[in-house]
Design a binder for this molecule. Structure first.
Ligand SMILES: [Cu+2]
Length: 116
């Protein structure tokens, strides 16, 4: 999954990880291309966002790997929680969109992203 994260606070935040409802699992991954041109995935370090910083996840970079989701959750949407270093959880509902319908909608709805 490719999410757009924005730090709207005036302090830096660190996201230690993401949680979804069991039995599904979420992991932060980083895609890397090895010497043989193969694409491999590694778990990513905690994410840090400076005040006002926006991170747009894109193919080939950081992504949230979600496994074990049932079909209904994929179409209806499901809850994703970001666990911050401060101890708080930020919850958001995510609806999966096929890549050919990918449209990045931000809160101020002024910019749109393109499909890869
Ligand atoms: Cu992955």
């Amino acid at each position: 999954m490719y999410l757009t994260l924005r730090n709207r606070s005036d302090a830096a935040i660190k996201i230690l990880g993401f949680e979804v409802d069991e039995p599904a699992m979420a992991m932060l991954h980083q895609t890397k291309i090895d010497e043989d041109g193969r694409s491999t995935m590694h778990s990513h370090e905690p994410l840090s966002l400076q005040p006002g910083e926006e991170l747009v996840m894109e193919p080939g970079g950081v992504h949230l790997m979600v496994t074990g989701l049932d079909e209904a959750s994929v179409t209806r949407g499901f809850s994703v929680r970001a666990r911050l270093e401060s101890g708080s959880l930020i919850e958001s509902t995510v609806v999966a969109v096929p890549p050919d319908q990918l449209l990045v909608v931000t809160d101020d709805s002024s910019d749109t992203g393109q499909a890869p």
